[in-house]
Design a protein around this ligand. Sequence first.
Ligand code: SF4
Length: 354
Amino acid sequence: MLEQKTGNTSWVSGLLEWFQTHRRDLPWRRDFPRDPYKVWVSEIMLQQTKVEAVKPYYDSWMDRFPTLESLAAASEDDVLRQWQGLGYYSRARNLHEAVQEVVASYGGHVPEQKKDVLALKGVGDYTAGAILSIAYGMPEAAVDGNVLRVFARLYNIDGNILSSAVKKQITACVEQCIPRDQAGVFNEALMDFGALVCIPKHPRCGECPLAASCLARKAGREQELPVRITKKKVPVEPVTVVMVEQNRKWLLHRRPPKGLLASMWEFPNAAGSGHEGIQAVQHLLANLGLDIAVDPLPVHTLKHVFSHKIWHMTVYIGHVTDGILTNKEDWQWLPCEDYASVPWAGPHGKLTAL
Ligand code: SF4
């Protein structure tokens, strides 16, 4: 049934025509031919982040790392500092590692074989499809949530678009639709169409150039589709943060090199809330040789949402009552004026404003 429905590709020319006049002017689309490094950086930044938020980061990233080689040669601290504020820092780390691999194994040329691109760290099917089609004109699909939504509506597909079976079917359908000589243009047209016309909540069917071909519209189901069934609720974790001051400097900890917000700097903290959380931080610092007193009332609370969990952070001020810092490697005292010199672990960066 789905195969029958998805056999019709007559709307493709209408989409390309629409794109000619409605194409978004985005900083990463400005050169021709397109630079695979720039396509790559923009696609990684755009994961989980809105276009408007990405634009200034992309521009300053390209000022700092204009070429793949300049990024490969940078230190991880530099890369993380440049990424600071975009969140999901593993994207920056993976990109950094992957461009180093491209320099070491491919002489600085982003590979043109799909299997080689997919083998690069942090590059999945969507990003590989975008790089290969936009930079090299190869007929590869780039299927993200946007494209799944548009296709679910165009073809009135009522399966769960988050299931791998439906994703697979839609990907096959996209591949069938790609015009061989305009693969990159087609993929970008779909991105813009999904962002401007066939938008998530209230699709603009009245002004849609593809309305005559849209099966969901014909069936009056455009508001119901796509079907997205998510499985689990994101857990909430309480975190107690104690900002410890001594001689106008603040105590900071560098997170472990692997895992969430790896290698980034944070204020002393521990899981838990209230008295239990404060005691856990005091215990942590006692193991470093520092006894601290903590003010009883919190100075701030903060909620930070990751893709897989939420931190509810309660922030206190602490003062050293005895002892000296014994671990100099992962801990340091830093004056406020030097805050910009370290990459901050997401929400902790916001606390520097206190
Ligand atoms: S008619 Fe509406 S639902 Fe169908 S493709 Fe156009 S905007 Fe999307």
